[in-house]
Each structure stands twice: as C-alpha cells, then as structure tokens.
Design a protein around this ligand. Structure first.
Ligand SMILES: [Zn+2]
Length: 367
C-alpha cells in the first residue's frame, strides 16, 4: 500500500514536471558592440563620436542598474574597455559563463539622414532588405580577421546567400528572445519617449553563436542628428540604459513566474470559429490565456483578436489565437497578439495534442 502511494506521488510529480517548467535568470551578459580598431558607425557631424563609445557607455549603465537592483544576478561584460573583440570571442564569453540572457548594444547607421529610432533584433531570417543590411553591417567586423572564411565556416557577411541558413535554423530560444525584445521595445518607447521601430529579425552572427535567449539593440541612428545628439548625451545614454534595465526586470519576472504548460496533453477541443486547419492537424497557434470562464470570441479580454480557438482543459479552457502551418506566419501572429496581450506565446499542436512550437516545427519540416 505504501509503495502504491509512493508510486502515485511519483507519477504525479512526473506529470507535473512534464507539464510545467520555470527558469531562473541569474546571469546576464552585456555586450557593448565593436571596440578597439573596430569603431562601428561614426557620426557625420561628430567625428569623435563612435558607435563603440556610445555602446560601451550604455552597456555599463545597464549593468550598473541591474547590479544595484538585483543581488541575485551576476552581470558579465564582454568588454569594459576600448578593446577589439571578434564575434566568436563575444559568444565564447557568454557560452563559457553559461549565461541566461545575452544583450548586445549597438548604434545604427543608414544613408538617409531622416531615418531615426531604435530597433530591437532577435535572430532569424530578415523580412526586408533593410534588416538584412543591418545584419550585414554588424557581421562585417569578421572581415577584419585573417582567414575569416575558415574561422566562420564559409559564412560570407557580404553575401546575401550566406543568410539563407537563418531560414533553416532551429532556434529553441526564439520565444524567450522575442519576449525580451518586446519588453525592450516597450520600455524604450515609454522611458525615452522617442520613436521606436519595433522588434525585427535578422541574421546576426553573434546571436547565432550564443546558446541562450538573446537580443541585439540598435539604440538609434548615428546618421540622424536628433538620435546622435540624444545617444551622445549623458541623459540619453542613461535613459536608454534605464529602459533596457526595465526590460530585463520584466523579462526576469516573466520567465521566473510564468510556468508554461507545454507538455503533451490529450484534450477535447471546441472551436469558437471555423478555420481551414482542422483540430487533428499539425499547426502553430498563439496561447492567450487559461481561464475557468467560458468566454466567447467577442469577450473584451481578447481585444478584438480573431479567430480565437477554445480548448477544454481540466475545469477550464485554454484560449488561443490563429492557426498556421508557417513558422514565419506564427511569429508574426505572436507579435500581433503580444501587442494586445503581452504574455501571449507560441505553441504548437500535433494530432490534437499540445506541443512545444519547436517540436511541431520539426514535425512540419520533416514532412
Ligand atoms: Zn554595431
């Protein structure tokens, strides 16, 4: 009888472990872009102001805010001085530390002086030529290394075809990276009260090499006089750093308190609206909420998102937004949903069972 009870307890524990996991954020790597012989972008009117200087100033301030407010977090810098580091060396610092988050800080540049605003990037295939150009410019630092083609396994930062690999890549950290990126964008908007350009994806080599959730922040355009003035000022650097720190705080809280139930479950499903993808199909969808209440699609909670799908689970319902077989489409659905419900996240279904998006992606790619 005692054994039977232990068996039941163990079974319950196993089920619980399968259904939920929470992570801690204890180590963060802050990567000030460029350094030493690599100045990064340079202001047109302020020739002495280099991207490497601005990035380092902001990076140190972000680290200072985190250290001051979180005694349980270790801040690791890729550089604290004006020294040159290769992209591989930056990734090595983060991977060796086994960090929980990687934040890379940069300043953008473009031909037109009127373009302004900060952008936040996560790793992925670019969806516009402009995004590709930013990744090409940031990756071009590898050209300063001798024999870069061998060191970077044939990757050519100037060749658009090299970037196709980013469409084939499995990125298990994408959900968390997107979460952090959304927080950065939100706080840059509210804390700096400046125009931001949102969350984007592109093939940044350094983000590909780090084995953890990661974002690359282009804090504004050095080619725009208003952005350059702001980013060169102590106030601008401080407000930008404070925004990034706030994003870190929200991300840490989100990851540590958000116990996601991504295990496989058998569920009876009920559709609120019709869709072409059937219940037993394999698809991605965006989880919005789990609630004991039986809600309709018009409920104010969904903020106009449509179509909403409802799945009976235990004594309540799981609500999701949209269905698609395309991973790229799923990411844009997630972005849309998060603009309205900030903790919405990507999940997948296969034959009526809830799965991690990465699992469903593998199944869909394998077909
Ligand atoms: Zn840069």
């Amino acid at each position: 009888m005692v054994y039977k009870k232990i068996g039941i307890v163990l079974l319950f524990c196993c089920l619980f472990m399968e259904f939920s996991f929470a992570q801690a954020v204890r180590k963060v790597v802050i990567d000030a872009g460029h350094g030493g012989k690599d100045s990064g972008t340079v202001a047109r009117t302020r020739k002495h102001q280099h991207e490497k200087v601005i990035a380092l100033a902001i990076a140190k301030k972000v680290g200072h805010y985190i250290e001051k407010n979180f005694s349980d977090v270790e801040v690791i810098y890729t550089r604290t001085k004006d020294v040159y580091l290769t992209l591989n060396q930056r990734a090595k610092v983060a991977n060796k530390a086994d960090a929980d988050l990687f934040i890379s800080i940069h300043v953008d540049a473009v031909g037109s002086r009127s373009v302004s605003g900060a952008s936040v990037y996560v790793l992925g295939l670019h969806r516009s030529e402009d995004n590709l150009k930013v990744a090409m410019r940031e990756n071009a630092v590898m050209l300063q290394e001798e024999d870069y083609k061998t060191k970077y396994a044939g990757f050519d930062p100037k060749d658009a075809e090299s970037y196709i690999i980013f469409s084939l890549m499995q990125n298990q950290y994408l959900n968390n990276s997107m979460t952090m990126a959304s927080f950065v964008d939100k706080h840059l908007k509210t804390k700096t009260k400046r125009h931001t350009k949102g969350v984007k994806q592109a093939g940044f080599y350094v983000l590909r090499e780090v084995g953890m959730p990661s974002v690359l922040i282009e804090t504004g355009y050095i080619t725009n006089s208003s952005d350059a003035d702001y980013l060169c000022s102590a106030t601008g650097q401080d407000k930008t750093a404070y925004a990034i720190y706030n994003a870190f705080r929200d991300y840490k809280s989100f990851v540590e308190n958000h116990t996601t139930d991504l295990g496989k479950e058998n569920m009876s499903q009920e559709k609120v609206t019709e869709a072409t993808i059937g219940d037993d199909d394999t698809y991605f969808t965006i989880q919005l909420a789990y609630s004991g209440k039986n809600l309709t699609e018009n409920d104010p909670y969904f903020k106009g998102l449509s179509p909403i799908f409802k799945y009976k689970k235990g004594n309540g319902y799981r609500y999701t937004y949209g269905r698609t077989k395309s991973y790229t489409k799923a990411l844009s659905l997630q972005q849309e949903a998060r603009a309205k419900i900030s903790d919405a996240y990507l999940v997948g279904f296969h034959q009526g069972e809830l799965n991690m998006a990465s699992v469903v992606r593998t199944i869909l790619n394998g077909k």
